[in-house]
Write a protein that binds this ligand. Structure first.
Ligand code: ASP
Ligand code: MG
Length: 461
C-alpha cells in the first residue's frame, strides 16, 4: 500500500485536483490519500480567528463567506448533479458551523488555542471532502474519512502530539478495510482529536507528519509527498543557476539540508516513516513523470560526490582567544555558557588550543555577548560572512572527497574549515561576496559535466 499526500498547492483549484485525480488513477493499486487544505486556506482561517478575537464579527463572517465561495467553486469537480448537490450540501454544513463558531467567539472576543484548532481544521475537512467527491466522479471508488476520528493526539492545542498506539488502532479499524476493498480513503492532514473528541492540530505544515504517521501505522511500502517542486535540489536555485534534483537522500542528509533552508519538507515530520524504514518520496504534481527525491533511512554512498551543497548567508564570525595562556580547561565551557545565556545558537565551531571561532546568524545579543566574552578572552567579530557546506554520506567513506571539496575552493580565502564527527558534511566559512563563486565551483565540480555523480546524473535523465 502507498500513502500519497497532496499539499495545498496540489489541491489549490479545479485543475490542480484534476491532476491529482489523474495521478491517483494511474496507480496500480488504490492508495490512501492525505490532503492539505487548499493553498492559503489555513492562513485565511487563522485570520478569521484573529478577527473574531478582536471582536470584529462582521469582518470574520465576511472572510468565512469568501472561503465558502472559494470552496463552492471546487464543486465543478463533481459533474454528476447528485454528487455535486451532495458536495455543496456538505460544504454548506461545514461553513455554517464555522460561521456559528466564529460568531460566538467574536461576541466573547476570545479565541483559545483549542478554539483556534477547531477553526483551522475546517480547511482540511473541506478539502478532503472535495477530493473524495472528485475521485468518485471520475469513477474511482473513494471515501471521505474524518481524520479526527483516526489521528488521536494529546491536548496540546496548536502542536498536538500523536498517540501512536491509538492512531494505529483507528487506522486498522477505519482506513485499512476501505483500502482493502479497493476504495481510496481520503483524509485531511494536520488535524486530529483528543481521546475525548476535541479537535486538535499538529502545527503548521503538519500534513506531512500526518502522512508519515498514517504510512507508519499502515506499514505502507512508500509515502509520497506531492508538492509543486521536483524534489530536493543539489543547491539553492537563488545561488546556483541550474541545480539538479537529488534522486536519493538519506534521512541524515535531508536533515542537514533542511537546516540550510531546503524547505521542501521538514525531515523531523517524516521520522515515524524513517523509523520503520519506509521510503518517503517527494514528487511534483505538475510534472508527475519526474522521478522526484527518495528519502530513506540510509543510502549507499556513491563515493564520487556529495549529495548536495548548501549555503547560509549573512552570518557573523566571532573569534575568541583565551587571554590567559594556561586556562587549558573550562575555557570552552565559559565561552558556550555566554551563548547559552543569551539564547544565541551557534552554527559552525572550530577550535585550537587557545582559541575558538564560531558563527552566529542571530545578532540581536551580539554586543552583550562580546562584552561578556571580553572578560576572559580577546574577541574579534566579522560580519558579512557565509557558510558553505557539502553534505553527503559519501564524505564519510571516501577520504579524497573532502580534499576535492576544498580543492574546488582553491584561491578563495577560507575563514573556517570544519568536518563534523559524523563526517557527513564538510563546512567552510568564507566572505559572503565569495559565496556565489564557491557554490558555482562546487556545483560544477560535482554535479555538472563529466565528473557528475551517478546520483545527480539520474536526476537529469
Ligand atoms: N494546511 C496546514 C498548513 O497550511 C497543514 C499543511 O498544509 O501541512 O499549515
Ligand atoms: Mg506543507
Amino acid at each position: 500500500m502507498i500513502v500519497m499526500k497532496f499539499g495545498g498547492t496540489s489541491v489549490k483549484d479545479v485543475p490542480a485536483v484534476r491532476r491529482l485525480v489523474e495521478i491517483v488513477r494511474a496507480q496500480a493499486r488504490p492508495p490512501v490519500l492525505v490532503v492539505s487544505a487548499l493553498a492559503k486556506v489555513t492562513d485565511g482561517l487563522l485570520e478569521v480567528a484573529r478577527l473574531a478575537e478582536r471582536g470584529d464579527g462582521g469582518g470574520a463572517a465576511q472572510a468565512v463567506r469568501a472561503l465558502h465561495r472559494r470552496h463552492q467553486e471546487m464543486a465543478a469537480l463533481a459533474s454528476q448533479p447528485r454528487r455535486r448537490a451532495e458536495l455543496l450540501a456538505a460544504l454548506e454544513a461545514l461553513f455554517a458551523e464555522l460561521l456559528a463558531i466564529v460568531h460566538a467567539l467574536a461576541v466573547i472576543e476570545e479565541v483559545s488555542p483549542r478554539s483556534a484548532d477547531t477553526i483551522a481544521a475546517f480547511g482540511e475537512l473541506a478539502s478532503s471532502r472535495i477530493v473524495a467527491a472528485a475521485l468518485e466522479d471520475a469513477g474511482t471508488p473513494s471515501r471521505f474519512v474524518d481524520a479526527r476520528q483516526v489521528l488521536i493526539t494529546d491536548a496540546q492545542h496548536g502542536q498536538a502530539q500523536p498517540d501512536r498506539a491509538k492512531t494505529d488502532e483507528r487506522l486498522r479499524a477505519l482506513v485499512l478495510p476501505l483500502a482493502a476493498s479497493g476504495v481510496v480513503p481520503v483524509l485531511g492532514g494536520f488535524i486530529g482529536s483528543t481521546g475525548t473528541g476535541i479537535t486538535t492540530t499538529l502545527g503548521r505544515g503538519g500534513s506531512d507528519y500526518s502522512a508519515a504517521l498514517f504510512g507508519a501505522g499502515l506499514a505502507a511500502e512508500e509515502i509520497q509527498i506531492w508538492t509543486d517542486v521536483d524534489g530536493m535540489l543539489t543547491a539553492d536555485p537563488r545561488v546556483v543557476e541550474a541545480p539538479r534534483v537529488v534522486p536519493r537522500l538519506s534521512f541524515d542528509e535531508a536533515s542537514e539540508l533542511a537546516y540550510f533552508g531546503a524547505k521542501v519538507l521538514h525531515p523531523s515530520t517524516i521520522l515515524p516513516a524513517v523509523g520503520m524504514d519506509i521510503p518517503v518520496r517527494i514528487l511534483n504534481s505538475q510534472r508527475p513523470a519526474a522521478e522526484g527525491t527518495r528519502i530513506t533511512r540510509s543510502v549507499e554512498p556513491d563515493g564520487e560526490a556529495p549529495a548536495a551543497i548548501a549555503c547560509k548567508r549573512a552570518v557573523t564570525r566571532i573569534d575568541i582567544a583565551s587571554s590567559r595562556m594556561l586556562m587549558a580547561y573550562g575555557f570552552l565551557r565559559r565561552v558556550f555558557e555566554v551563548f547559552e545565556r543569551f539564547r544565541t545558537p551557534v552554527d559552525v565551531v572550530t577550535t585550537s588550543e587557545v582559541s575558538v571561532s564560531v558563527t552566529i546568524d542571530d545578532r540581536r545579543a551580539l554586543d552583550d555577548i562580546v562584552a561578556e566574552l571580553s572578560a576572559f578572552a580577546d574577541v574579534a567579530c566579522e560580519d558579512g560572512m557565509a557558510i558553505v557546506c557539502a553534505v553527503g554520506e559519501s564524505l564519510r567513506g571516501d577520504a579524497r572527497l573532502a580534499t576535492r571539496v576544498l580543492g574546488a575552493l582553491e584561491g578563495l580565502p577560507l575563514a573556517m574549515v570544519s568536518q563534523g564527527g559524523s563526517r557527513k558534511n564538510i563546512t567552510v566559512v568564507l566572505r559572503d561576496e565569495d559565496v556565489k563563486a564557491a557554490m558555482e565551483r562546487l556545483h560544477r565540480r560535482f554535479f555538472e559535466g563529466e565528473t557528475t555523480s551517478a546520483r545527480a546524473t539520474l536526476a537529469r535523465a
